[in-house]
Structures are given as C-alpha cells and as structure tokens.
Design a binder for this molecule. Sequence first.
Ligand SMILES: [Zn+2]
Length: 425
Amino acid sequence: MRRLLCVVLLVALTASAPAAQPAAWLLRAARVFDGVSVVPHTDWVVLVRGERIEAAGADIRPPADAEVIELPGMTLMPGLIEGHSHLFLHPYNETSWDEQVLHEPLALRTARATVAARATLLAGFTTVRDLGTEGAGFADVGLKQAIEQGIVPGPRMLVATRALVATGAYGPKGFEPGVAVPQGAEEADGPGLVSAVRRQIGSGADIVKLYADYRWRPGEPSRPTFSEAEMRAAVEAAHSAGRLVAAHAHTAEGMRRATLAGVDTIEHGDEGTTEVFHLMQQHGVVYCPTLAATEAIARYRGWNGTDPPPAMVLQSRHAFALARAAHVILCVGGDVGVFPHGENARELEAMAAAGMPAAQVLVAATSGNARSFHLDDRLGRIAAGMLADLVAVEGDPLSDIGAVRRVRFVMKGGQVYLRPGPATR
Ligand SMILES: [Zn+2]
C-alpha cells in the first residue's frame, strides 16, 4: 500500500511539473528589520542560498541563478519566535482543558496539532518553544520530526514533552479521592524529579518545564509546589545535559524559589513583586508574561475586551510594568493554545498596548527570544550565515505592531511557504 502511494505521488508530482527551487532567492522589500536595529534599512536586499542567508545589505547584485521576489510596501524581518506555545491544546472556549486532557484521543490531539503547526508557520512564527503537551505524552517529539521531515508544514520546535509537576499539585482534579486520574504533566518529587528530568530529556525534551507553583485544590490561589532544593537539583540535571529550564510560576514565592534554583525563564509571574523582579534581573532570568492568555481567559469569563479590565488582566499588566521597570529580560510568548494558534500576534499587541514600544517588542520577538533560548547563533537576525527564516508583512510593524498580522511572505530554512501572488505553495 505504501509503495503504491509513493508511485501515485510521483506521478502526480511529475504531472503537475512544479517549478524547481531556484539556486538562490533575492528578496527586495520596502524596508528590512534585521532583528536588532530599531531603525529599518530602506536600501537593503537579502540574498538566500540553500537554507541560509548568503548576504544582506545594500549594493548586492542579484546573481544570475537567483529568483527575485519583490515585496513592495512590505517589511522583511526575521521569522518571529513564539516563546510559549502549546500546539497540543486548543482554545478553552471550544473545549475545556479538563475535557482535552481526559477525553480527547491522542490521535485526535495530534491531528489537530498538525493544523496548529501550519497556522503558526503561516502567521510568521517560524520557531516555537512548545512548553508541554498537557497530557499528550511525547507526541510533540513526533510532531517535531514530522515537520523536520517535511511531512507537514510547521515551525521549528523546541519541545518540553510532558513537563513536570509535584505530586498532587496539578490537574485535572475534583474526582473521587484515591482514583488515579490522568494528569496534564508528569508527577515527580525529590530524587525522582531528577530521574524524571533525565527520562524526559532522553525521550526528546529540548527544554525542561517545571511547575513551581499551582492551585493545589480547585478554586484555591496558587501556592508553591517544589522546594528550592528540588528545583535546584532538577536544574543541575537539565543544564548538565545542555537543556534550559522554564518554570511556570504565578506567585512571588514560586518565582523567588525558581530564580534561586537557577531556572532560565519564568512563565506568567502575575503576582511578581518589585523585589522578585529585581532578583530575576540580577540572576539573568528571563520573564515571559503571557499577557494574551490572561486576556483570553478573561474574555471566556465574560470580559468584552474594552470595558475596564477585570482584576486578573490588571494584575498581569501590573506585573509586566514592574518587570520592565526592573529591566528584566522579556520573552515574547502568549501561551497560545489557550487562544487560537495563528493568533500568536496577540502577545506582541498586548505588550505594545501595555506600554512597550513596538520596535522593542519586535526585537524581543526575534533576536531577543533567540538569545534567551540559545538559538542566536542561527536564528533571530537577518545577517549572512544565519538560517533563512524570513517573513514579510504589509506596512511597518516597527511603528504599528498590528502590521505583524498582515503576513504576505514566509520562508523557513530557505523554503518558501507563502508568497505574494498566485504561486503560493
Ligand atoms: Zn503554558
């Protein structure tokens, strides 16, 4: 059957006679945002050969073997990097998190994740840091392979696999005590936590995700879970294996313990105080505020997005302001999956609406995230030698962040996934 399919596919490809990929591409846009400078280059062109950028700048003549792509009125920029996604979740107003974890078959979740991956790529996000499958096991490792092998289109993925929670701390909850209920992450504690970190890494985790606090019972506020010593041991195991550590933390105490334990990024941080943000700044811990997820959940609870915002939205914006004032390094990651994949731009818009200049948001979403995730030797900038992950949007997102939604061109690793005109593939 498989052989037959291959033959059919070959015939189909031959019949449609697709244009061969040119040896090189020359991209000419109205302006180029290089991922670092907040002043766009209006006289640059970008030459791509194979999977990499061969040259970027003024005075580059198109080689004879290059196909020129004109991007008039557009801004060419590095592929955006999503700092906090869950490709295996879909919006909670469609299906609650509990229902997704407990009742959706793994194959259904994986099929849906392939669609989410495509939407993410076509929205201009060419890399994602996917922070846990939420009950879908190690399916992110397989999805990443499918994308790398060109079976389905999608972003480059850094995957966290199952993520790690303290025993009893996570969900779904609210069932007959003593009945084992499938959980949205792997439970581990003490020395077992170190073993679990190593098992997840051995099974494909590029990044280790710990839950430093959570709601121990439904309706409770978040409280710390792991001790500082437990997290320190987990961080040592992860770092020793060359993996960074992300910590979910809402509470100031969870953030404090995670920071002192040596984690690399802290997610959410709504209850962060000036003191804890200063501590993060001193330790070089990156903050990923996930403003868009908070706003999405507030909308699911009835907020119309314009009235005076509810307390949870005000709290997340306040934490963001405190972090900025403390000069904490900011990650751009919306916790997308809580809201629709492909709507990743919401986090950039939320950060800009909360007072961060658009150009700074764009720098953070490209070279900033690349540095925070240790990808800056190959991603996040437009420069010779970097991987050719390039996106063009209509207008100038450096002055109007909303322009990032008007994606007209997407290239990943030198392969074109979206381009203006009829020749879209
Ligand atoms: Zn998340």
